[in-house]
Design a protein around this ligand. Structure first.
Ligand SMILES: *[C@@H]1O[C@H](CO)[C@@H](O)[C@H](O)[C@H]1NC(C)=O
Ligand SMILES: *[C@@H]1O[C@H](CO)[C@@H](O)[C@H](O)[C@H]1NC(C)=O
Ligand SMILES: *[C@@H]1O[C@H](CO)[C@@H](O)[C@H](O)[C@H]1NC(C)=O
Ligand SMILES: *[C@@H]1O[C@H](CO)[C@@H](O)[C@H](O)[C@H]1NC(C)=O
Ligand SMILES: *[C@@H]1O[C@H](CO)[C@@H](O)[C@H](O)[C@H]1NC(C)=O
Ligand SMILES: *[C@@H]1O[C@H](CO)[C@@H](O)[C@H](O)[C@H]1NC(C)=O
Ligand SMILES: *[C@@H]1O[C@H](CO)[C@@H](O)[C@H](O)[C@H]1NC(C)=O
Ligand SMILES: *[C@@H]1O[C@H](CO)[C@@H](O)[C@H](O)[C@H]1NC(C)=O
Ligand SMILES: *[C@@H]1O[C@H](CO)[C@@H](O)[C@H](O)[C@H]1NC(C)=O
Ligand SMILES: *[C@@H]1O[C@H](CO)[C@@H](O)[C@H](O)[C@H]1NC(C)=O
Ligand SMILES: *[C@@H]1O[C@H](CO)[C@@H](O)[C@H](O)[C@H]1NC(C)=O
Ligand SMILES: *[C@@H]1O[C@H](CO)[C@@H](O)[C@H](O)[C@H]1NC(C)=O
Length: 761
């Protein structure tokens, strides 16, 4: 019960009233403060909690934060200097038919925002930032974010979670209220058929496209992202002590969606759910009373009184590994009721930085390794903690004689890239973790990379102090210099020019494809241990398990480091995968539908490098800066066009951009992001799986044994599911087709009607 409470009652709603006629932000701040004052009374166990108050009060406050049109125009110009390093720009504009999302011209959309600003059409910060966020969502790339300081402090929540489940695995899934379908009277639960006057599908489609910030590569995955999912929840907050309690993209949104959401169940009962608002910021009523004071305190870069950007209240976590819980369980377990309480291994500081756990099922015949995140959390000693947990799992399940291994990557949105390679090597220590990547051959990259190369070769003076550290770090990464990488043939580069290319594809320029050099300590130094199978970190096995005895489980979230890991397992070792969930239609799903980009870079880091370059090139001790520049072939113009937010009107003008494309080795021209690659098989979630995740794991293990009877009809061996054969042509359907198929086919027939997928089961 304690665990259940933690998992589900994560928010506190406090009955506080503040007169409606006060200034909007004062009212919001007072409501929050009253809630905070009471939180300890209502929350004696110090569970992570958030104060939630009137939704309209937050919206009125948000829309009272002022903005100046000329500031927007200036900031958009700054973004346009950063974005040439965004690796997928031209493919987003002109994607191959395998891509399941609409195209978008990011640069043109930015211009539209600037034009709208010039027309004076933004009346407050919230309006502007909503447009900016929407642009971000439309790139369907978790590695792409444009954020200023305005909106992050507001979030709206619904009182219920939804899920999409088949009652028995045969009946086509329906959308239910989570608490209905896992409750005692689940036999009486009736599915939701309408939201906001539309069919549940039409509504959720529109919602996914306009309100959800998740940005996944296909509709099945986006559907899943709207549903309650303990793996993504645990993977997100368990990996960091500072991260917010995670609700799915439907339960919570940073885009206001009205005060209420109305809907109807199939049994005819209607409902009206009230949105409530929370904030990540701490409102100090002495300072924050109006939209203007929020602007002055948290946004403006000009105010001498400006404070540090507001931090969310630090969550107070109970330690699952503390004495009392240890007496209760042999090892701390995932704090969600559907997870087993008897792991054979958990990562250190589990649930407070550690997220990996392992299990043995069915008389030790099945081993399950759950990796909901590759993050290295704040509490964790370092990446070696995750490494150790995986090593222990492999040792224990080998010793127990496990016949099938399920690697559950549900909810895994990535983390530390080198851990993806290392985890692969723990299973296959002798296989070469060969992957290819490239960057967009932008003018800025050329300037940065060529200057770094000159520094590394000693032809210009090395910077000192913090800049030297920045330099050392960046020489170990693949996206800004050539020193961490080798050619496709595993040879060192002869020059920056050889690395840079450019190679022209899709009307745009890219660097030559490269691979990481894991023999270089400057690359693996960040791991703080030798990668498995290198140097002294050897294994006494060639492979821990036969690839055909391993199966990966994906729910569509898998992206970034998770996508890299999955690609290594699939394309190098030949491991199969099962996707779970998706829309209630037949056919395949791409389990790896988070970003497939190889590197996210924060604009602040790029700016640091720009500063380094500018400092180095203005060093006139030996040569004039003109002489230096002409020797390096860098013009003053090029220096000036390096990304910079100097002179920004706001303090928080940042972008996260994907700087590296992962490339398939079979066709190293088109970024993986745009290719179609179905999982080997797709299964629907069932009520049993929601209640007990081991039911899902056993289903996956059965598929690894060759029993594919649970695969959704038309999903087995889908397009691109074979190793090294991702599609760059249409898989036979598009995003729109999948949603349309749903609306055309879906007719509520009542719980006793035969399921439409029966013949395939
Ligand atoms: C934008 O501004 C123009 C002219 O001021 C006005 O006519 C139009 O209604 C505005 N549009 C929006 C969406 O605010
Ligand atoms: C209809 O279904 C909903 C959702 O399961 C339930 O809460 C409600 O009580 C049901 N209404 C009737 C009249 O059975
Ligand atoms: C969370 O991590 C930070 C950084 O390591 C640390 O300063 C802080 O004390 C931690 N929070 C708690 C509640 O322990
Ligand atoms: C609120 O801000 C005032 C003025 O800056 C400061 O004196 C006070 O300590 C702050 N209160 C809290 C609780 O941080
Ligand atoms: C800064 O703080 C001082 C003292 O609290 C106040 O008098 C002044 O108006 C503030 N300046 C701005 C720009 O808010
Ligand atoms: C353990 O349980 C005892 C008795 O229930 C309680 O007094 C104590 O505070 C608990 N300790 C921790 C660390 O939770
Ligand atoms: C587990 O093993 C025991 C003893 O070998 C056997 O009796 C039992 O049926 C097995 N259970 C399962 C679920 O295979
Ligand atoms: C676990 O977290 C604590 C901080 O609460 C830290 O001191 C300790 O080093 C961590 N242990 C490991 C193995 O990371
Ligand atoms: C810069 O750092 C490198 C190690 O990364 C060191 O060898 C070198 O001496 C440093 N140079 C300066 C000028 O500090
Ligand atoms: C690609 O590179 C070529 C040669 O450097 C250059 O002429 C061309 O303008 C570049 N194209 C783009 C789209 O940047
Ligand atoms: C790394 O070193 C090992 C052992 O010396 C060698 O077999 C392997 O080819 C090297 N890898 C690359 C990518 O050069
Ligand atoms: C890596 O292995 C080498 C021996 O090959 C050893 O000298 C070195 O200390 C190891 N590095 C780490 C970080 O363990």
């Amino acid at each position: 019960m304690r665990f259940f409470f933690l998992a589900t009652v994560l928010t506190l709603i406090l009955p506080a009233a503040v007169a409606e006629d006060v200034v909007p932000c004062t009212r919001f701040a007072e409501l929050l403060q009253r809630g905070r004052n009471n939180i300890w009374l209502e929350n004696p166990f110090n569970y992570p909690a958030e104060v939630l108050v009137n939704a309209g009060a937050a919206y009125e406050c948000a829309t009272s934060i002022p903005i100046l049109s000329e500031d927007i125009v200036l900031v958009i110009e700054m973004y346009k200097k950063m974005l040439p390093m965004y690796s997928t720009l031209s493919f987003l504009k002109n994607p191959p038919e395998s891509y399941q999302q609409p195209s978008i011209d990011v640069m043109a959309q930015l211009d539209k925002i600037a034009e709208k600003a010039k027309r004076g059409n933004y009346t407050n910060f919230y309006e502007y930032e909503s447009d900016l966020s929407l642009l971000g969502y439309q790139a369907h790339d978790q590695h792409f974010r444009l954020r200023n300081a305005g909106m992050f402090q507001f979030r709206w929540y619904l009182p219920h979670d939804i899920v999409s489940v088949s009652r028995d695995g045969k009946e086509v899934p329906q959308v239910y209220v989570y608490s209905d379908i896992v409750g005692k009277r689940r036999d009486l639960a009736s599915p939701i058929v309408q939201f906001g006057g539309d069919s549940v599908f039409t509504y959720l489609d529109k919602y996914a496209r306009t309100k959800s910030s998740i940005g996944l590569l296909e509709p099945h995955a986006e559907w899943n992202a709207l549903m309650y999912n303990p793996a993504v929840q645990f993977g997100t907050w368990g990996a960091r002590n500072g991260s917010s309690i995670y609700h799915n993209e439907f339960r919570s949104t940073s885009t206001y969606n009205g005060k209420y959401l109305e809907g109807r169940f199939a049994n005819g009962t209607t409902f009206k759910w009230e949105y409530l608002a929370g904030s990540r910021a701490v409102y100090n009523l002495t300072k924050i009373t109006t939209g203007q004071s929020i602007y002055d305190t948290w946004i403006s870069s000009k105010n001498p009184n400006a404070t540090q950007e507001p931090k969310e209240d630090e969550e107070v976590r109970i330690l699952f590994s503390n004495k009392n819980t240890t007496a209760f369980d042999p090892l701390p377990s995932v704090p969600y009721p559907s997870y087993p309480k008897d792991p054979i291994v958990v990562q250190s500081n589990f649930s407070r930085g550690g997220t990996v756990s392992g299990y043995l099922l069915s008389n030790n015949s099945i081993g399950v390794l759950s990796i909901p995140s590759f993050m290295t959390g704040l509490y964790v000693g370092g990446p070696e903690e995750l490494h150790t947990a995986v090593a222990e799992f492999i040792a224990k399940s080998r010793e127990a004689g496990a016949k099938k291994i399920v690697i559950d990557l549900s909810g895994n949105r990535g983390g530390f890239l080198l851990l993806a390679y290392d985890t692969f090597r723990q299973f296959f220590p002798e296989m070469d973790p060969f992957t290819l990547a490239n960057a967009r051959a932008s003018k800025s990259l050329d300037t940065i990379g060529s200057v770094l190369s000159h520094i590394a070769s000693g032809s210009i003076e090395t910077p000192t102090g913090p800049l030297n550290r920045t330099l050392a770090q960046n020489l170990g990464l693949g996206d800004l210099s050539m020193h961490a990488t080798l050619t496709k043939k595993s040879k060192p580069w002869k020059s920056w020019k050889q690395f840079f290319g450019p190679v022209t594809v899709n009307g745009d320029n890219y660097t030559n494809p490269w691979r990481y050099d894991f023999n270089a300590t400057r690359v693996t130094r960040q791991l703080r241990f030798n990668m498995t199978g290198y140097d002294d970190n050897q294994r006494d096995y060639e492979q821990a398990f036969d690839p055909k005895d391993i199966i990966m489980l994906h729910d569509g979230h898998c992206g970034s480091a998770c996508a890299v890991f999955s690609s290594l397992m699939k394309n190098i070792a030949g491991v199969k995968s099962v996707a779970v969930g998706g829309m209630p239609v037949k056919g395949p799903m791409q389990g790896v539908a988070g970003t497939r980009g190889c590197q996210v870079r924060q604009s602040s880091a790029i700016e640091k490098i720009s500063q380094l370059i500018q400092t180095v090139l203005s060093d006139t001790r030996n040569r004039s800066s003109e002489a230096l520049r002409s020797e390096l072939g860098v013009t003053l113009e090029e220096l000036k066009s390096l990304p910079s937010t100097r002179g920004s009107p706001w303090r928080d003008v940042t972008a996260g951009i994907n700087t590296l494309n992962c490339l398939p080795t079979s066709n190293p021209e088109i970024p993986y992001q745009f290719l179609y690659e179905a999982s080997y098989c797709r299964v629907f979630y069932t009520v049993d799986m929601l209640l007990d995740v081991t039911q899902l794991w056993k289903t996956a293990a059965a598929i690894a044994r060759g029993n594919t009877s649970s695969c959704v009809s038309g999903s087995l061996n889908g397009p691109g599911s074979q190793p090294n054969a991702p599609l760059d042509v249409s898989p036979g359907f598009s995003h729109a087709d999948i949603w349309k198929m749903r609306d055309a086919e879906w007719v509520w027939m009542g719980p006793d009607e035969p399921a439409e997928d029966d013949e395939g089961l």
